[in-house]
Design a protein around this ligand. Structure first.
Ligand SMILES: [Zn+2]
Length: 290
């Protein structure tokens, strides 16, 4: 099962989240039938969103929109504080081959654009924040957002490794944050360690990648594990929810669907599930409206 592990340096100056999101990204790939690069781009966005949601308290919902001007188009995802995330990529067929080292390129096909986050605390006043895409590689864009918009200096590494058939082999990442009061020389020490850190893909490839990531982040320094909680891909759509949306349409539109199309077929963008509404279903909605 996927999980997020929260930890803090014994010095109290740094904290880190480490994530295993393999099943989350595998489920997303299966539901959306994404190709090599679109799987990695969507997967990284889902991981970024799970990091942001884990940063919230209570029943908050966090939406991440990565809006690019290149091949992928936009990527939209929504995560809640229970560790559930759903999401989709606009152009799921983007299938750019790996480089010689096996890495899948994301940034050039994301292009220029924005990293948008919307935090909904459930109070009806969602908080939106927008930062420019720095590289389009998603991890760096999230780090920039956290440092600039949330004013917390952060380092982020996230990735999705594909097997020979371009199926998800492993997915995950980390976020390291500097806490208030950390002395300069301590920050420099951590910065140097992060810069020398092995590639995320090689850490993810190790047998126990949660430990591999924690060891790479903290080195010889002591740290405490604070919390561990499950993560998953989960869409909260249902036929009832789409019924609620259909009933807001004008009666003439509903009649048209019934008479001319003999029913309606609605596809959930977030998980690809299709819901069918028969002539009888539509007739019932029209009567309910009256
Ligand atoms: Zn759905």
């Amino acid at each position: 099962m996927d999980k997020i592990v929260k930890s803090i340096a014994s010095s109290g100056y740094f904290r880190a989240f480490v994530l295993d999101c393999t099943e989350t990204v595998r489920t997303a790939q299966e539901k959306h039938q994404t190709q090599a690069s679109s799987t990695v781009a969507l997967g990284r966005t889902l991981i970024a969103n799970q990091i942001l949601a884990a940063n919230q308290k209570g029943d908050s919902k966090v939406t991440v929109k990565v809006i690019g001007d290149s091949s992928f188009g936009h990527i939209i995802s929504v995560a809640n504080s229970k560790g559930e995330v759903k999401g989709y990529i606009q152009n799921k067929g983007v299938d750019i081959k790996k480089t010689a080292t096996g890495e899948v390129l994301v940034g050039p096909f994301m292009g220029n654009g924005h990293f948008v986050t919307i935090v909904d605390y459930g109070t009806g006043n969602p908080y939106t924040s927008t930062t420019p895409l720095i590289s389009g590689e998603i991890g760096e864009d999230l780090a920039y957002y956290l440092t600039e918009s949330e004013q917390t200096p952060s380092a982020v590494g996230l990735n999705v490794l594909l097997d020979k058939e371009d199926k998800v082999q492993v997915a995950g990442g980390f976020m390291l944050q500097v806490l208030p009061g950390a002395p300069e020389h301590e920050i420099t020490r951590y910065e140097e360690r992060i810069q020398k850190m092995p590639a995320i893909s090689s850490l993810l490839a190790s047998e126990d990648h949660i430990s591999a990531l924690l060891d790479a982040i903290y080195g010889e320094d002591d740290y405490k594990l604070l919390d561990e909680s499950p993560l998953s891909f989960h869409c909260d759509c249902s036929k009832e929810r789409f019924e609620q949306a259909l009933i807001t349409l004008p009666k003439t539109d509903l009649s048209e669907m019934k008479e001319e199309d003999q029913g309606a077929e609605i596809n959930c963008q977030f998980c690809g599930t299709t819901y069918y509404f028969t002539e009888n279903d539509l007739e019932k909605l029209i009567n309910d409206k009256a």
